[in-house]
Ligand binder design. Structure first.
Ligand code: DGY
Length: 324
């Protein structure tokens, strides 16, 4: 029997698995993110052997020192930029994530954002609810077609590839992509063109969808120069991590019509929005829900718990992450 701390209520399937495996599980009762102090206090209350954390928790060396008995921290997310993996390695703490199970859901979400911004669906919904609809009009809320246009994928991993497939085979778009290296896998699945630099892609894409992890090298990958290099008819979709986009520069670019629109599920200072963003009509804003289908969140819950169960049983969990 091991003592396990879960930093916020998650879909119960994973908690049930931990309890059925005979472990004692404490779940934070706070209806919200624990502050740093609350988090440290909670995990140091008992000799927890495992922690199931969320992407909203800062898991750094200080956190690990607050719970030195925990030798596994299982993140309930595929992204793990909230965790100092080097600090974990130094302390012999294993870190796991939840890759794979959310690829289709996030791909579907990015795909739907692309359609929604091009067809001005949120804007049209606001317009109609506001009682502004006075009858059919030939030039009312004109959007853009996507068939035959070019989608630029930034980051050709599993989710980027999922969006590329849906765009190519679902909408008849052309696809190009950039990544640190050419992806034979993507090219075998989807006819597409590789650009070795982001700026080459920016010039040719009508819609750009971001699928890179947040690293030092990807912070503000999109800023003033990148928006200036994009077509003024282009749309930007971000379902990766907020700080990949310089949100202040994006507000400027949207306001000045340097680009036509954006759809964002993630923000630089989540949950806060940069000034001016929510006042713009040419942007769709959603609260980091790209993976939020019941099926996927259940799978993330069971995957994070299985990683803990395997570790406690002396096995190597399936989803250990390494220092990048
Ligand atoms: C992740 O898993 O990294 C997503 O951002 C949330 O599901």
């Amino acid at each position: 029997m091991a003592l396990i701390y879960v930093t916020r209520a998650i879909p119960p399937v994973g908690i049930d698995m931990l309890r059925e495996a005979g472990h004692e599980v404490d779940v934070s009762e706070k209806d919200g993110v624990l502050t740093k102090e609350e988090l440290h206090q909670a995990v140091s209350a008992k000799p927890y052997e495992a922690v199931l954390s969320l992407l909203t928790d800062t898991i750094d060396g200080e956190f690990m020192d607050a719970v030195p008995t925990a030798k596994i921290i299982a993140n309930y997310a595929v992204g793990y930029n909230n965790i100092d993996v080097s600090a974990a390695t130094e302390r012999g703490v294993v870190i796991t994530n939840t890759p794979g199970v959310l690829d289709d859901t996030v791909s579907e979400f990015a795909f739907s954002m692309m359609l929604a911004i091009a067809k001005r669906i949120s804007e049209a919904d606001r317009f109609t609810r506001a009682g502004k609809y006075e009858g059919w009009a030939p030039q009312l809320l004109l959007g853009s077609d996507l068939q035959g246009k070019t989608l630029g994928i930034v980051g050709a991993g599993r989710i980027g590839s999922g969006v590329a497939k849906r765009a190519k085979f679902g909408l008849g778009m052309n696809v190009c992509y950039t990544d640190i290296k050419q992806s034979e896998k993507l090219e075998a699945e989807v006819p597409c063109q590789y650009h070795s630099t982001l700026h080459e892609l920016l010039k040719s894409a009508d819609v750009i969808s971001i699928h890179v992890p947040l690293l030092e090298s990807t912070k503000h990958l999109f800023s003033t120069a990148e928006f200036a290099a994009m077509k003024d008819s282009a749309y930007l979709i971000n379902t990766s991590r907020g700080p990949v986009v310089d949100e202040v520069a994006l507000v400027e670019a949207l306001r000045n019509k340097t680009i036509r629109g954006a759809a964002l599920d993630v923000f630089e200072d989540e949950p806060a929005l940069k000034p001016g963003l929510s006042e713009l009509d040419n942007v769709i804003l959603t609260p980091h829900i790209a993976s939020a289908s019941q099926e996927t969140r259940d799978k993330m819950s069971s995957m994070a718990s299985q990683n803990i169960i395997d570790f406690i049983n002396g096995q190597t969990p399936a989803n250990v992450v390494e220092v990048k």
